[in-house]
Design a protein. Structure first.
Ligand SMILES: [Zn+2]
Length: 323
């Protein structure tokens, strides 16, 4: 009999796949439900495909055996290889759709939105160019395919009895987690990661929305939704053995970071980009999108806590302390 050493929880198997990205390898999961399910696919490279094929074979499966693919969110390291499974049912959150379908109008509106956002937050032109270049680079590693089933909060999944969907937006607007009530197991995508804090990446409004979501505030709400989880299997790194402790630590660290940003602001009135440069003097040119998301996210949090306020002067936002 085949010994399935990759089993991380009953009927759940973890597979680790390399990516060319800074985040390192990504974890995908096989669930042996009524339908054989793959959660996330890894990135679209030859190497990732080879590794996924070989690892599946060790479980005695081929790509053609997969009947259901669930995508936790739209980032390329999670969805890149999905077109290899066009024979399977593809299920994901509604907001993964425009990314996977390559919706031109969505991408154009997104680009316009970010141009305006960056101008309003005082971001230098050369940094905007760097961000756009990096976005285009990531998009090379993804698939184009339609979604068969859209998943949202509380949904049960056909073919996967005992599992349900928890919407956990913050890291990505499309982020969902899969929860098994029987043993409190969560497949969390990038919502919970043990060794790094998930970035609450700023995104443009989606269809039917008019304003950008305040992603760090959303992320904090999504963290609080998962306090009951017993064990979480993450998109990157090791399982989260004590999700409650990790969540409480993350929530606390965000408050501490926000306060540090308020101190850095002192008595000055600064744009979020000026603050970003002070916070991340080395990193802001290397990872401009992420560092800006971090800065703006924590400014949103400080505004929510009524610790700072934003003043709009000539269409540029500047932040200062609330006395
Ligand atoms: Zn991600």
């Amino acid at each position: 009999m085949l010994v399935k050493t990759k089993e991380v929880a009953p009927s759940v198997y973890g597979i680790t796949i390399p990516t060319p990205f800074l985040v390192g390898p990504v974890n995908v999961y096989i669930i042996e439900g009524e339908r054989l399910t793959l959660v996330d696919t890894g990135v679209k490279t030859e190497e990732a495909k080879r590794v996924l094929e070989a690892e599946l074979l060790e479980l005695d499966y081929r790509f053609s055996d997969i009947e259901l693919v669930i995508l936790t969110h739209h980032h390329p390291d999670h969805i890149g290889l999905v077109e290899e499974f066009d024979h399977a049912t593809i299920a994901s959150h509604e907001k993964t759709k425009p990314w996977l379908e390559g919706d031109q109008r969505f991408f154009e509106q997104k680009n316009d939105f970010f141009r305006e956002l960056y101008t309003a937050h005082g971001v230098d032109e050369n940094i905007v160019a760097l961000i756009e270049k990096s976005n285009a680079y990531y998009l090379k590693y993804t698939s184009r395919i339609g979604i068969d089933v859209t998943l949202s909060e509380g949904d049960r999944i056909e073919g996967l009895p005992g599992w349900s969907v928890i919407e956990t937006p913050g890291h990505a607007q499309s982020q969902i987690s899969l929860y098994r009530e029987r043993d409190g197991v969560l497949i969390s995508g990038d919502h919970l990661i043990a060794h790094i804090s998930s970035n609450a990446i700023i995104e443009a409004p989606y269809k039917g929305e008019t304003e950008r979501p305040k992603t760090l505030l959303q992320y904090r709400d999504s963290l609080k939704k998962c306090l009951h989880v017993k064990r979480a299997f993450s998109g990157h790194g090791k399982p989260v053995e004590d999700p409650k402790a990790l969540i409480e630590e993350r929530l606390q660290k965000q408050i501490e970071k926000a306060k540090a940003i308020k101190n850095l602001l002192g008595e000055e009135t600064l744009t979020s980009f000026e603050l970003c440069k002070r916070l991340y003097p080395q990193m802001y040119t290397k990872q401009p999108g992420l560092t800006l998301s971090e800065t703006l996210g924590h400014l949103d949090l400080l505004e929510e806590m009524n610790e700072v306020k934003a003043v709009n002067e000539n269409s540029v936002y500047r932040y200062c302390k609330v006395d």
